[in-house]
Design a protein around this ligand. Sequence first.
Ligand SMILES: *Cc1c(COP(=O)(O)O)cnc(C)c1O
Length: 247
Amino acid sequence: MAETSFNQKVASIKDNLRRVETRIAHAAERAGRARQDVQLVAVTKLVPLEVIQAGIEAGLRSFGENYPEQAAEKIAALQTDIDLTWHMIGHIQSRKTNTVCEYFDWVHSVDRIKIAKYLDRYALENERVMPILIEVNLSGEDSKFGWKAWDENNWLDLVPQFEKIAQMPNLEIRGLMCMPPLFDDPELTRPYYQRLGRLQGFLKEELPEISWRELSIGTSFDYEVAVEEGATMVRLGTSLFGPRPAR
Ligand SMILES: *Cc1c(COP(=O)(O)O)cnc(C)c1O
């Protein structure tokens, strides 16, 4: 990327970031929450390396990626001294867990026991403890990953499974993640986030020794609603970088 176009990209990301920051701050204020309690994760799936570099220049420090191998290539190629945090937010195939453990600082998308087991094993090999979020499916859609949590009457069934993960020595549960259904109106995602809040309350009661503090919810489409409903991590791609190239 030529220098002028790089600088233009930095300026445009800075503009977007200012807009996003204002909207997060206002949403937090409306909910009586502190702005510092909401972390911005910049989603860079399919975003080229130069644009990530522009994002770093614009002040971004936390990034989210969906595809382990593409992410690993980008992370390895970045070669920066700036301290960055990488969040795995996409569905993980078991044969990719080693790559995930090697390159990522957080995993939001732990959606089954098998993946937790693999992550635990590779975290041990990499001599680290991996902070994770449990991904839940709150809508019952087949297209969504995550533990089946749409029926509140079945929440008790989840407890022993999460307990099992909590006992894995190289994983540390920090909270919950979910993707609501797609709507035309962001307001329609609110009931799902409220359900997630109730699940968080339920798990705090049932498994009080685990930290359920983090809620990774909200994309470019609905992050203000998510912040109003308790998001501690919003995952924003399009609103920072513009439309993504097709996969
Ligand atoms: C792509 C993606 C996002 C970001 O979506 P935008 O609409 O671009 O903000 C957030 N979360 C997950 C899990 C994603 O796959």
